[in-house]
Design a protein around this ligand. Structure first.
Ligand code: ATP
Ligand code: MG
Ligand code: MG
Length: 548
């Protein structure tokens, strides 16, 4: 494992180990199972697991499942799969819902200490009483209930005697605090809903600020890393740990969340794209989800390298999505076979090539990595080239095929265009060429030079394939006031093209990756590929103007 680069969180850890504040660090990745993980979560995973790995500590995968309504076991399973796929192993797997009894006891302790009270204000009233940033809040008329009354009401909340929203348990802190999160925040609410883990055992559920700090304290988490929005929640986090008299004191540390161009990074929005059929599921190759990136063809290595490069900062910023593309190109460059696929085919007949002859040509698999060896590709009288590689009336500096011009066929021969065959409507349907046997690739022919090299696939032996080409899902340039992200969904984010590939690719497995000459890196789609037709997702094109 490569080390993470130096950053402020790492420095805190180094210090805590040096001063022996902790003998061992414990981090956690705490997803709420209400959706699939996205690349932002991947950053958090790499950070939490990466730090523990580097300092010989432990990382818990903890499902922060304190909201029964939005959570589902499907999400639990997908999250586990994604964390493993990214290359990490958790030391412990926990569910926050397993601590409900412990959390209840701590709430009771707060009541007994006079630090929590049952409040009957409606949600709307509570908002009014809360005040604003410039205006202090007002105390609830229920704030001075006796310990006995609070205890009795809280027990009855648990027993199910009240309806949703009728009562809440609130921390008794300070309605005059400049920090809104400290103005008697709610710590328990009533929700008569079935929970994916605890079923109908509970009808009261702890709120995030109360639950999360207790979860960290119960597990002995030393460094609880979260995103910057929670900075203002830290006083409450510390208050809960202290007032609930937790033995272990975890420390919350905030860092900048990942934001990226041309995408949305929120489970709620991603769920909307799925539910409203803008995409074909959470793992649609256009989605910034871990499962979508996997299906697109990104590798765990590329995602980890990306996470390391963007690092951890104290200020929010937006990362160019081309940076992620850069890392997948780097990872695949020497690992993938460079092969030929023709998108939008045009037939070429080589009129002086023997009618029933098929010869096998040797083709190196990766010109930058000789260890990848070579393969055999068939060549015969009829081949396919790309439609865009032929022009009847080319502009200047067009070096591909046109009447009278000679080009090189990659790994094969020079061919020269002699005749253009058209259908009734004048569309070019076939090109007739002659080849020169002297020019065979690998023979060292130097007699004359040509400027264009075309890729091709043998027409008789090539196998049909589908290519899915992607553009960004969200058009940032379309964003303006009053528009929602759904208004910025790119209507042209998917283009489906038919073509042919080399016959040696017949047994390609789902998730196998290739570089197609000139078109870029592709992944065999695990969902749409069939016995009859392999479907490829373009991961990225070959080049970009992006500079690191
Ligand atoms: P979303 O807002 O997308 O729904 P979330 O923060 O609600 O995400 P959680 O399941 O609560 O999702 O998050 C699990 C962990 O992942 C948290 O520790 C959170 O800080 C972290 N995380 C979520 N989004 C990002 C992001 N964009 N960049 C970095 N870390 C993130
Ligand atoms: Mg959340
Ligand atoms: Mg969130």
């Amino acid at each position: 494992n490569k080390q993470t680069s130096s950053n402020f969180i790492k420095n805190i850890i180094i210090d805590d180990l040096k001063t022996e504040k902790h003998k061992e660090i414990i981090t956690r990745f705490p997803p709420e199972p209400n959706g699939y993980l996205h690349i932002g979560h991947a950053k958090s995973i790499c950070l939490n697991f990466g730090l523990a790995d580097e300092f010989g500590g432990k990382t818990n995968l903890r499902f922060d499942d304190t909201n029964p309504v939005k959570e589902d076991i499907e999400y639990v399973e997908s999250i586990k799969e994604d964390v493993k796929w990214l290359g990490f192993e958790w030391d412990n797997l926990y569910f926050a819902s397993d601590y409900f009894e412990e959390m209840y006891k701590r709430a009771v302790l707060l009541i007994k200490k006079g630090k929590a009270f049952v409040c009957d204000l409606s949600a709307e009233e509570m908002r009014e009483y809360r005040g604003t940033l410039t205006e202090p809040g007002k105390e609830s008329p229920y704030r001075n209930r006796s310990v006995e009354e609070n205890f009795d009401l809280f027990e009855r909340m648990r027993k199910g005697e009240f309806k949703d929203g009728e009562k809440v348990l609130r921390a008794k802190i300070d309605m005059g605090s400049p920090n809104l999160n400290m103005r008697d925040p709610i710590i328990y609410r009533i929700a008569h809903a079935t929970h994916h883990n605890t079923g109908d055992a509970w009808c009261i559920y702890p709120m995030y600020d109360f639950a999360h700090s207790l979860e960290d304290a119960i597990e002995g988490v030393t460094h609880s890393i979260c995103t910057l929005e929670f900075e203002d929640h830290r006083p409450m986090y510390d208050w809960v740990v202290r007032e609930c008299e937790m033995e272990h004191v975890p420390r919350q540390i905030e860092f900048a969340r990942l934001d990226m161009t041309n995408t949305v990074m929120s489970k709620r929005k991603l769920k909307q794209l799925v539910d409203e059929n803008y995409v074909d599921g959470w793992d649609d190759p256009r989605m910034p989800t871990v499962s979508g990136l996997r299906r697109r063809g990104f590798t765990p290595e590329a995602i980890r390298d990306f996470a390391r490069e963007i690092g951890v900062a104290k200020n929010n910023s937006t990362v160019d999505s081309q940076m992620l593309d850069h890392f997948i190109r780097e990872d695949l460059k020497l690992k993938t076979r460079r092969t030929m696929g023709v998108l939008n085919p045009l037939k070429v007949v080589i009129t002086n090539y023997p009618e029933d002859q098929v010869e096998m040509l040797d083709a190196e698999n990766n010109s930058e990595n000789s260890e990848m060896g070579s393969r055999q590709i068939p060549f015969s009288r009829e081949i396919y080239i790309e439609q865009e590689d032929f022009m009847e009336n080319p502009p200047k500096k067009y070096f591909r095929l046109f009447p009278g011009n000679e080009v090189r066929l990659k790994h094969a021969y020079f061919i020269k265009c002699n005749e253009v065959i058209k259908d009734e409507d004048g569309n070019v349907v076939e090109i007739h060429c002659t080849y020169d046997p002297e020019t065979k690739s690998g023979t060292g022919f130097t007699g004359r030079k040509v400027k264009g090299t075309l890729h091709w696939v043998d027409a008789k032996n090539g196998i049909p394939a589908e290519f899915r080409l992607y553009e960004p899902l969200i058009l940032d340039e379309d964003q303006e006031e009053g528009k929602t992200f759904l208004d910025c969904v790119n209507p042209n984010s998917l283009e489906i093209v038919q073509g042919f590939i080399e016959p040696n690719m017949k047994d390609s497995k789902p998730q196998e990756k290739f570089q197609f000459f000139r078109h870029g890196y592709f992944n065999v789609d695990p969902k749409h590929s069939t016995e009859e037709k392999i479907v490829f997702n373009r991961i990225v094109s070959l080049k970009s103007s992006f500079k690191m």
